[in-house]
Design a protein around this ligand. Sequence first.
Ligand code: HEC
Length: 159
Amino acid sequence: MIAGMGITLFAACGGSAPKEEKAAESKEMNQYYEEEKQKEDTKVADDGKGLGKFTDVKVDPKLDKQMADAGKSVYDVKCSACHKLTDEKLVGPGWKGVTGKRSVEWIMNFSTNPDEMLDKDAIAKGLLEECLVRMPNQGLSDDDARHVYEYMRENDGVK
Ligand code: HEC
């Protein structure tokens, strides 16, 4: 015990020990930075737009009522069986607030390309874990998808 302390003290005062400690420390730091960098890289890879053909959709801050009405017709026929307009889950999540949570590209990609996204997109995979049902592809056209998105915006209070 006493001998051990002696050695510790000696080592702490010796010339080489602090250097070794520093080396160990910087090795740890390097590893830390490496891990952080990898996290950054995956963040960049997941740009929040999901997977599919929509990479850059321009949305006017004002609601396009015509589009929203067309979107409602699509919703009534193809989506309402599984999605409520409130935040309440049916088969899938309720749509209230979804346009605030996800990008327009993500929503349109998911609406038209659910299969690939359920396999590869982290958010979609998380939803699947909660809902336990794979959303079937609804065969939407690009316009349908844009119109439904506008209807979601109206549902979220955009005027
Ligand atoms: C048979 C049921 C079903 C139908 C019909 C359906 N969905 Fe889904 N939807 C789901 C489920 C379940 C999820 C959650 C992800 C999963 O488990 O596949 C989901 C998730 C979503 C999400 C993500 C919601 C969020 O909170 O991020 C969007 C957007 C979406 N659906 C759009 C649509 C659109 C648009 C239609 C109609 C064209 C539609 N869905 C029709 C079952 C359905």
